[in-house]
Design a protein around this ligand. Structure first.
Ligand code: PDD
Length: 288
């Protein structure tokens, strides 16, 4: 599937060629989007912030009363085995856990065995993405997702629609707005910078608690940068000096335009540029 050669994929204890990797049509991930996921990046063959992703996975599962398919040590082994078997130098590992297969019923089945699937996406030069030098453009759209965005579920249709709305408008991504305030990007957390202060929405059920967000805010505070975790409006964003997004796949990515209005000088700003460097340097040092 767009990768040059057949990958080895993990499905419920087995390492299989991707053509043979299958789950049941009765799987609740397929029927109800009753599943959660994680995306972990790989740089130089090593996992970036595995512990953060493993901890968030545990929390997502527990919020949905879903069983943990394997323990954290085994999960790490599976990640490493997939990186090795697929020869991934730079790229991503996608992991999904669903409640498992059961006859279709809205009520959770009592003893379903969770489904665990992992696959890799090789992306050579992921950290050297040239877009980081020019920045991305975003549009604002209404946030029409469900109310538990802190759980990393596989219900991603609205974020997909948002991405398509952005593309149709000639932009790269969309920032979602609820009650007048930006929640987050379609698949990333959103930040603005004004007079040296970094502003990003506070944690709650309205946004995903980004693993990259936690690390970037830690590095910003360590570097004596001022951080405010509070809601901000699109108007405030348009008047900001700079803006950026964070995610496991984009790391820190500068935003140079919001709804057609250029930010600052229309080029990536110094804060986003510095945080990207620090994030990549520091996270590579502790990658496992
Ligand atoms: N998305 N907010 C949303 C809605 C997300 O989907 C993501 C991640 C983030 C950033 O979280 P983290 O820093 O832990 O990656 C914020 C992943 C990358 C994806 O769906 O591909």
């Amino acid at each position: 599937m767009s990768q040059a050669t057949s990958r080895t994929v993990y499905v419920n204890g087995a390492y299989l060629p991707e053509e043979e990797a299958k789950v049941s049509v009765f799987d609740r991930g397929f029927l109800f989007a009753d599943g959660v996921y994680e995306v972990t990046s790989v740089l130089g063959g090593k996992l970036i912030d595995f512990d953060g992703h493993a901890a968030r996975l545990k929390r997502s599962l527990s919020e949905l009363d879903m069983a943990e398919p394997v323990g954290t040590d085994e999960l790490l082994e599976i990640h490493r085995e997939l990186v090795a078997r697929n020869g991934v130098e730079d790229g991503l590992i996608y992991l999904q856990v669903t409640r498992g297969a059961a006859d279709r019923d809205f009520a959770y089945p009592k003893d379903a065995t969770p489904t665990l699937v992992l696959f890799t996406q090789s992306k050579p030069g992921l950290a050297e993405n040239p877009v980081a030098k020019t920045g991305i453009k975003v549009i604002s759209i209404a946030d029409q997702r469900w109310g538990r965005r802190d759980i990393k579920t596989v219900q991603l249709l609205y974020p997909s629609m948002g991405k398509m709305m952005a593309k149709a408008a000639g932009a790269d991504d969309a920032w979602m707005v609820e009650d007048g305030f930006v929640t987050e990007g379609t698949s990333n957390n959103a930040y603005i910078v004004k007079d040296g202060v970094i502003v990003t929405r506070h944690l709650g059920t309205e946004i995903l608690h980004g693993i990259t967000r936690a690390a970037v805010l830690r590095f910003a505070r360590e570097a004596q940068m001022r951080v405010e975790e509070r809601p901000f409006t699109v108007e405030e964003a348009k008047a900001a000096d700079e803006a950026f997004i964070t995610s496991a796949s984009a790391f820190v990515m500068p935003v140079v335009e919001i709804d057609g209005a250029a930010l600052g000088e229309g080029r990536p700003g110094p804060v986003a540029t510095r945080l990207r460097e620090v994030y990549l340097d520091e996270m590579r040092k502790v990658a496992i």
